[in-house]
Every structure is written in C-alpha cells, then in structure tokens.
Ligand binder design. Structure first.
Ligand code: PLP
Ligand code: COI
Length: 350
C-alpha cells in the first residue's frame, strides 16, 4: 500500500509480562489502514504499526471529527480465536459517521479489517486468564478544513493491544461517584455515538473523582433526576426481580452491546428486564448495581457516593446477578455455553 508512516518498534511478545497486563497500549506488529480520498475509501490493508503525518488543519484536530470503537478477541480453551458481536461495532461506527458527517466504512469490510488485524497480531493474544486482545477501530478526519465543515479526507485504522482488566483489581466491586456538577453528554447531542470528544469532556470530571478514590463518575441527566451511565460503561440497577437500565430514548447514552446482551440474559433468567428512567433515589434501596462494557465486561458496583455520602449497594460485595451474568457472558464468549443469539465468531486458531 502506498502510504507514508513512521514505524513504531513492536514489543516482541516474549518481552511482554502477560500475567500482569493493564489497560495500556503495547505496540504490536500490524495495523489496518484505509484512506478516504476523492469521495471513496481506498488503499485498504495491513501495514506495520506506525505514526501518521497529518495536516495541521486536519478536521479531527480542531473540529473533532473522530470516532472510535472497542471490541475484543479472546482465546478459548481449545486455542480458537473468537470475536464477540464485531458486526455491531461496525454498525455503531456507521451510525456515528452519519451523526458526525463522516464517510461510513462498509460494515462487512470493517469486520474483515478487525479479523485481519487480529490474525496478523495473534502472537499478542493473551490466554483468557491473562486477558484479551483489545481491538480499537478508529476513524478521523485527516483532510484540511478551516471553516466549520466536514473534511474531504479521512483515515480508518484498526490497531490492537493485549489488555488485562479495565478497572483495577478485575472482578471486584468498584466505588463510583454520582456527578451533579458535570454531565457526560446532553440529550439529542452525540452521547449515543462513540465520538472521541465525549471522552475528552469526561477526563477532567473523572480525574476529580479519581483523586477522591472513586473509579469513575456515574452521570445523571441534566435535571439530576435519573441515572445515565458511567464514563465508559452502561449502568444497571436491580431491585428484587427487576433489572433496570437507563433507556436510550434521549440519545445521551451509548447503546452498548454488552448492555444489550445482559438485557437478553436477564429475560432468559426470568427477570423483568426494564429500559426506563432509573431514578436517583432508587440507589438507596437497590439490591445490586453493576456496569457493563467491552472493556469493563461486567463490573460490580459496591459503593455509590451521592452528595458526599457513600451509599453501600446491597452488602457492598459482588451481587448475585453480577456474578451470574459475568459467568454466563464469559461462557458464551469462550464457546463454553451455547451461543443462542449468534454473538460469537471464530476467526482462526492461535
Ligand atoms: N458507554 C460508554 C460511554 C462506552 O464508552 C462504552 C464502551 O464502549 C459502553 C457504554 C459499553 O459499550 P459496549 O458494551 O458496546 O462496549
Ligand atoms: C470499551 O469498552 O471498549 C470502551 O470503548 C470503553 C473505553 C473508553 C475504554
């Protein structure tokens, strides 16, 4: 492929401490790149992981035309490499493209790009006990603009990195802080797509929560009446037989595929799975809360701080359904349980 990059030296797999993976970028061998130019996507293919040179007026830099996705490749006990719902990531990126006026990348080609990138870096795939190969598809405006308008050129890139758990400590209850001062994304804004700017906006408020010892913020709607989501994961609250998660109606919340999968598992368990406004006071007598996401998987929530008061959820430990859905989801993802809904794709062997 004709393309100028400055290669980044890959870390040889033998030098990686796979037993202590965090959630940081480790350069692997290959990334997938496609370029949008002259009204069409072109130059699709694998190349060494490297740095791009971009125009100083690139649209991504000042007007934030940038989207990303996150999915994982995992290794089954039989040495098979599996993906979970990667086609849904493709669709979500296409939705984001429409919202940010970026040129959609073909959904089938997106999945193909993910597969090729994983297989080209399979030496970096941890065992399931160690973690997963995190896959980061990203699209950004590389073409120059000055007036506020969509750029004419874009790059689509897929890179991977071996990762351990997103929240320190793995499957353990985390502490969250309810944010009354900051919001993640307004209704009818871009909260429902994976716009890079949503994450930039969350960094400062999140850093304040971290300074106080909380793993993340739990965001509310602008009227501080109901929950929205965690900075990088969806939110669930169970009381008795009802498992509720905030509805997606006002377009402020990211429609997570882990969220959708858990709603399905909840129905299968005979729970009343509800997508509705989950009101702030419900936190005081919740039986359990957890958050869901590709990176977070299912992370139990032990404590939620509301206006300075630490509210312990249930007994502060891992809730019954947090554990059940964590186990069920992992079993499906690793082909240890039937894949009733066609969520898992086997793409090769290590
Ligand atoms: N909410 C936000 C803001 C996220 O960034 C993510 C992660 O992608 C999620 C929710 C969970 O989405 P998914 O389960 O599709 O990974
Ligand atoms: C994911 O769960 O894949 C995400 O994209 C969350 C993240 C910002 C690490």
């Amino acid at each position: 492929m004709e393309f100028e990059i400055k290669p980044i030296a890959p870390v040889p797999p033998a030098e990686i401490d796979f037993d202590n993976l965090g959630f940081t970028f480790i350069p692997t061998e290959k990334m997938y790149v496609a370029r949008y130019e002259g009204g069409a996507w072109t130059d699709h293919g694998l190349m060494p992981v490297g740095e791009f040179w971009m125009h100083p007026a690139a649209g991504a830099y000042h007007y934030g035309q940038a989207l990303f996705e996150g999915t994982k490749a995992r290794l089954t006990n039989d040495g098979e490499i599996v993906l979970f719902r990667a086609g849904d990531n493709a669709r979500r990126m296409a939705d984001g493209c429409r919202r940010l006026m970026m040129p959609a990348y073909d959904e089938g080609q997106f999945v193909e790009a993910v597969k090729q990138t994983v297989l080209a870096n399979k030496a970096y795939l941890p065992t399931d006990e160690q973690g997963a190969l995190y896959i980061r598809p990203v699209m950004f405006a590389s073409g120059p603009v000055l007036g506020v308008k969509p750029a004419d050129e874009y790059l689509f890139v897929v890179f991977v990195s071996p990762v351990g758990p997103y929240f320190k400590g793995g499957f353990h209850p985390i502490k969250l802080k309810v944010s009354k001062e900051y919001h993640r994304a307004p209704a009818e804004g871009v909260g429902s797509v994976k716009a890079a700017g949503n994450y930039a906006a969350g960094m400062y408020p999140n850093s304040l929560a971290k300074e106080e010892g909380y793993a993340e913020l739990l965001y509310l709607d602008v009227n501080h009446e109901h929950f929205e989501e965690v900075g990088a994961a969806n939110f669930f609250l169970r009381k008795g037989e009802e498992l509720a998660t905030p509805s997606l109606e006002d377009l402020s919340i990211l429609p997570g595929y882990t969220r959708e999968s858990v709603l399905q598992l909840a129905v299968d368990e005979g729970l009343n799975a509800a997508e509705r406004d989950v009101m702030l006071p419900e936190i005081y007598d919740a039986d359990e809360c957890f958050c869901t996401g590709t990176a977070a998987v299912i992370t139990p929530i032990g404590v939620v701080n509301v206006e300075g008061e630490d509210v312990t959820i249930g007994d502060g430990g891992v809730g019954k359904y947090s554990r059940l859905f964590y186990d069920q989801l992992n079993a499906i993802m690793l082909k240890e349980a039937p894949d009733k809904y066609g969520w898992v794709t086997t793409i090769g062997k290590k």
